[in-house]
Ligand binder design. Structure first.
Ligand code: COA
Ligand code: MG
Length: 298
């Protein structure tokens, strides 16, 4: 989570759930998951798109997701399916739409317009349905600043590593060193535009050690969450993106120490032999905000 980013909603694990599979959708509502991505794109066969639209619409209307955010991943605009996807799912009032192949600002603006027109037609408060964007092509990275500015609804950038590799010729390895530039570019743009940065999927969903190593990298790179494809990945990912007890204790000491120092007329103080100045205090406040967003009392 970028320092400047307002942490209003925890998006530690965002799980793809095939939109054609009602059982998986129902299950996703029972896992204590931060975000369920009800998928109409790659997770659904071409001949089942219509059926999936209906299943998702019904689930939005009938399934109690509790605190789990309900996103719908529509098909790419260029596929000619996105308009029908939106027409089918918007009446169920999803919390957010995830736009795949968000390669240009024009794509974001086009989806935004459809959502705004629908909200107006229903008399709903405008702007309540958020946008998350899949950044997964070379073009998307080249256009990223413009894409981030395209709509005030945008709350999160999601890195789509598999499509990114297919688009660029990058070879995916377990170390993910080949993705460092792209992952960092995404985090920096998210920070600049006060958005959340969400990391790629680890498709090898049985390898928990690999997932945990990738989560540690993602936390250090500045991501605030990660996309997943299987329930077994939810626990490890949500733990990795929740500040630990010792980190929370440290952050409280820093914030408290800063208050005392300010009262005493000083902008800096020493904590366990290390100088603490404003950026360190900001980091500590951010850790506490992340913990609160994850439901921890601090
Ligand atoms: N969302 C919700 N529930 C899921 C799930 C998912 N993504 N993946 C698995 N489950 C459920 C299964 O239905 C099963 O439930 P049950 O015990 O109530 O029957 C349980 O979790 C265990 O699943 P498991 O048997 O280990 O896996 P599976 O063979 O059913 O499914 C995949 C494996 C990979 C097909 C499945 O995880 C999946 O579809 N993932 C999403 C893939 C996707 O959307 N990709 C596109 C984006 S990258
Ligand atoms: Mg994809």
């Amino acid at each position: 989570m970028p320092i400047s980013s307002p942490v209003t909603r925890s998006r530690r694990a965002m799980m793809y759930v095939p939109g054609s599979d009602e059982n998986k959708i129902v299950k996703s509502a029972t896992l204590g998951l931060d975000c369920a991505i009800l998928d109409l794109e790659d997770g659904v066969a071409f001949n089942r798109k219509d059926e999936a639209r209906g299943v998702i619409r019904q689930a939005l209307e009938r399934v109690d997701f509790g605190r789990t955010e309900r996103l719908v991943r529509i098909n790419p605009l260029y596929s000619g399916r996105a308009e029908q996807d939106l027409a089918a799912v918007l009446p169920g009032k999803p919390d957010a739409i995830l736009i795949p192949k968000a390669d240009s600002a024009a794509i974001v603006v086009a989806v935004e317009k459809i959502i705004s027109a629908f909200e107006q037609s229903q008399g709903w408060q405008e702007g309540e349905i958020a946008l998350a964007l899949l950044i997964e092509s070379a073009s998307a990275f080249v256009n990223l600043a413009e894409i981030c500015r395209a709509s005030a609804r945008v709350q999160a950038l999601v890195f789509g590593a598999e499509d990114f590799c297919a688009d660029t010729g990058v070879t995916r390895t377990n170390s993910a060193r080949e993705l460092l530039y792209a992952r960092s570019a995404l985090v920096l743009h998210a920070a600049a535009f006060q958005l959340q940065a969400i990391d790629m999927v680890q498709i090898n969903y049985r390898d928990t050690a690999l997932l945990e190593a990738e989560c540690r990298d993602a936390v250090e790179l500045g991501f605030s969450g990660k996309t997943v494809v299987h329930p077994s990945q939810v626990g490890p990912v949500q733990r990795a993106f929740t500040p630990s007890d010792s980190l929370i204790a440290y952050a409280r000491e820093i914030v408290h120490g800063a208050e005392l120092a300010q009262r005493g007329g000083s902008g800096v103080f020493t904590h366990q032999g290390k100088l603490v100045d404003l950026p360190v205090v900001k980091r500590a406040e951010q850790i506490l905000a992340r913990a609160r967003a994850a439901g921890i009392e601090v």
